[in-house]
Design a protein around this ligand. Structure first.
Ligand code: NAD
Length: 370
C-alpha cells in the first residue's frame, strides 16, 4: 500500500491520554519497522467546540474523509454538558459516522485468559472467548422516518420511531459479516425478530439470499434476537460472527462486552463501503468507552481499548495481519505478566498507570518482533 494516512482525533478526557500510548507504538513502528504511517491530528468533541465552536471543524472533517483511517479517542465531559444540542461533543462522532458513511460497526468480544476471573460469568464459559458482533450502524429505528412525538389533541401524545431497512442495506452489512467470518471461524449467526417484525422477515430473506449467491462456503445460522441475547450469556463460545441490525446490535454488543470484563479493554471499528476505484474502505477505530471524566488527568486510565483499536486498524485498514496479531499478543502477554491498570486490578497483581501500561505493551510488541 502506497500511503498510510492516519488521522488521530484524541478528543476529550482520557482520550488524549490513551492516544498518547498508541502514538508511542506508531513511533516505534515508523522508526524501527519502517511502517511509514503519515500522521495528522485534529480536534473533536469538547476540545473542538472550545477551539472552533463546532464538535468538529470543516477542515478536520475534510482530513477525516481524505485519511486511510481515523483513530478516535473519546469525547464529552461535564464542561460541555450545557452547550447547544447541535454542537454537543457527541455530534462530532455522529458527523464522522454519517459523512464517512460508516455503516458497519465491528465489536469484538475477546476474553483474555488472564482476565477470565473478572467476568460476571463462570471462568469456563468465557475463557478463550473470541466473537465478533457486526452491527448495522446507519439505518433502522434510530434513523427511520417518521420519528416524532405527535400531539394527538386529546391530552395524549404518541411517540413514534420507525424501523426501516432496504434490501441493499441488509446485503452490504451481511456481506461484511460473511467476509470477516472467512478470516475467522467461518460461521455467521444472523439475529432479528422475524416472528414479530416485517423488517425482520426481510432481514432474514436477504441474509439467506446473500449467503446463497455469494458466501455459501460460510456456515450461516439464524437466531431470534431475544434468544440470541440469552445464548450470549448461556454459552457465548458457540458464536463466531454475529450480524444484526442497529437496535439489536446496540444491546447485544453491550451484553457481549460485559462478558469480557472492563470497558477499558474494548475496541471497535466502523467501516464504510469499499471505494469503487481503490477498494479501500473508509474506517474509524475507537475504544468503546467514553472520556471517563472521573479519572481524566490522573494517569490511571487503561489504554488497552485504544491500543486494541489500533490493532484492528492494522488488520482491517492496512492488512498488516502479522503486526495486528503481534500487538494483540503483546496485550495478552502483559496481562499474563500480572500487570494491571486500576480498572482491572485483582489481588496479587501489580498495579500500574496509563503510560506504564503503554510502555509494557510496546516492550512486549518489540520483543515479539525480534
Ligand atoms: P465512560 O465510558 O466515560 O466511563 C464509565 C466508567 O468506566 C467510569 O467510571 C470510567 O472511569 C470507567 N472507564 C471508562 N474507560 C476507562 C478506561 N479506559 N480505563 C479505566 N476506566 C475507564 O462513560 P460515562 O461516564 O457514561 O461518560 C463520560 C463521558 O463520556 C460523557 O460525556 C459521555 O457522553 C461520553 N461518552 C463518550 C463516548 C465516545 O466518545 N464514544 C462513549 C460513551 C460516553
Amino acid at each position: 500500500m502506497a500511503s498510510k494516512k492516519l488521522l488521530l482525533l484524541p478528543g476529550d478526557g482520557i482520550g488524549p491520554e490513551a492516544m498518547a500510548e498508541v502514538r508511542k507504538i506508531i513511533g516505534y513502528m515508523n522508526s524501527e519497522l519502517k511502517s511509514e504511517f503519515v500522521l495528522d491530528e485534529g480536534l473533536v468533541g469538547g476540545s473542538a467546540y472550545d477551539a472552533h465552536g463546532a464538535a468538529i471543524s470543516e477542515a478536520d472533517m475534510a482530513k477525516a474523509l481524505a485519511a486511510d483511517a481515523v483513530l478516535f479517542g473519546a469525547v464529552g465531559g461535564p464542561k460541555w454538558d450545557s452547550v447547544p444540542y447541535d454542537v454537543r461533543p457527541e455530534a462530532g462522532l455522529l458527523r464522522l459516522r454519517k459523512d464517512m458513511e460508516l455503516f458497519a460497526n465491528l465489536r469484538p468480544a475477546i476474553c483474555y485468559p488472564a482476565l477470565a476471573d473478572s467476568s460476571s460469568l463462570k471462568k469456563e464459559i468465557v475463557e478463550g472467548l473470541d466473537i465478533l458482533i457486526v452491527r448495522e450502524l446507519t439505518g433502522g429505528v434510530y434513523f427511520g422516518e417518521p420519528k416524532e412525538i405527535r400531539d394527538l389533541g386529546n391530552g395524549q401524545k404518541r411517540g413514534i420511531d420507525t424501523q426501516v431497512y432496504d434490501t441493499y442495506e441488509i446485503e452490504r452489512i451481511s456481506g461484511v459479516a460473511f467476509e470477516l467470518a472467512r478470516t475467522r471461524g467461518n460461521k455467521v449467526t444472523s439475529m432479528e425478530k422475524r416472528n414479530v417484525m416485517k423488517s425482520g422477515v426481510l432481514w432474514n430473506e436477504v441474509v439467506t439470499a446473500t449467503h446463497k449467491t455469494k458466501y455459501s462456503d460460510v456456515k450461516l445460522e439464524h437466531m431470534l434476537a431475544d434468544a440470541g441475547g440469552m445464548q450470549l450469556v448461556r454459552w457465548p463460545k458457540q458464536f463466531d460472527v454475529i450480524v444484526t441490525d442497529n437496535l439489536f446490535g446496540d444491546m447485544l454488543s453491550d451484553i457481549a462486552a460485559m462478558l469480557t470484563g472492563s470497558l477499558g479493554m474494548l475496541p471497535s471499528a466502523s467501516l464504510g463501503a469499499p471505494d469503487a476505484k481503490t477498494g479501500k474502505r473508509k474506517a474509524l477505530y475507537e475504544p468503546v468507552h467514553g472520556s471517563a471524566p472521573d479519572i481524566a488527568g490522573t494517569g490511571t486510565a487503561n489504554p488497552i481499548a485504544m491500543i486494541a483499536s489500533f490493532a484492528m486498524c492494522l488488520r482491517y485498514s492496512f492488512n498488516m495481519i502479522a503486526e495486528a496479531d503481534r500487538l494483540e499478543s503483546a496485550v495478552a502477554g502483559v496481562l499474563d505478566d500480572g500487570l494491571r491498570t486500576a480498572d482491572i486490578m485483582a489481588e496479587g497483581k501489580t498495579r500500574i498507570g496509563t503510560a506504564e501500561m503503554g510502555d509494557a505493551i510496546l516492550a512486549k510488541f518489540r520483543a515479539l518482533a525480534a
